[in-house]
Design a protein. Structure first.
Length: 235
């Protein structure tokens, strides 16, 4: 099959799954911003805009289908990233150990995409532990609450889980590192994906790089804003 046996085909799979994940990040960013503007003083968790979104999603069939689809995209993206990295290393052979002057046109992010991707994966594991495990997973198990450091919290009380996570300075610092790595990964990966699927030419390639930098910066800055907002609020 062309998408599996061809180097170009594998890059196309990487690109398509990568763009789909960027679209998800855009949705997730918008959802997280709602938390900043939601009612912080509530006795009923549903008297909070962010929690209403969390409750709407929860473990409903459409949310589960979306979660499985997202997991499939992410796993495919990782597998093909590892596959292409191994292929490139084999193709370069001993040349990768030679000391050569790096071309100015080769950006740092493009040279370290695999390492950046690895940091992103580790950060995702932390994120799943802090949020998905306590929320949707507990609801799948039939639990209405999750056990936390402050006691039982309703599985759809995402606002409380955000407060708990970013009240911890270690978690906050790890999230900042994760998001910085994500920014580097996105700034190169976005325009590279567009180029791979043929949506660019000599005129548009620099435009796509600019769009990639701006769009990636907006996404990451918004995520960082939420992290810093809740950390400062916990002091």
């Amino acid at each position: 099959m062309w998408l599996k046996n061809s180097s170009i085909g594998r890059k196309v799979v990487m690109s398509v799954t990568g763009i789909a994940l960027v679209l998800f990040l855009t949705f997730h960013m918008g959802m997280n911003l709602v938390a900043v503007f939601s009612n912080p003083d509530y006795t009923d968790p549903l008297n909070n805009g962010y929690n209403q979104i969390c409750h709407f999603l929860g473990a409903n069939w459409y949310a589960l289908v979306g979660t499985l689809g997202l997991a499939a995209l992410f796993i495919i993206h990782i597998i093909y990233a590892i596959w292409l990295t191994i292929q490139n290393r084999k193709a370069r052979g001993n040349e990768r150990y030679d000391v050569v002057e790096r071309r100015e046109t080769v950006k740092w992010a493009s040279q370290n995409m695999f390492v950046l991707g690895l940091i992103v994966v580790i950060g995702l594991g932390l994120h799943l532990f802090n949020f998905w495990y306590n929320m949707q997973f507990q609801e799948i198990l039939g639990n209405e609450t999750a056990v936390t450091a402050i006691g039982n919290v309703a599985v759809y009380d995402g606002y409380q889980f955000i407060k708990l996570a970013f009240a911890n300075p270690i978690y906050t610092a790890l999230y900042v590192v994760w998001l910085v790595a994500l920014w580097f990964h996105l700034t190169h990966g976005f325009w590279s994906a567009i180029q791979t699927i043929g949506w660019s030419n000599d005129l548009w390639i620099n435009r796509w790089k600019t769009i990639s930098n701006i769009y990636s910066t907006i996404i990451v800055v918004c995520f960082l804003f939420v992290v810093v907002w809740f950390y400062v609020g916990s002091l």
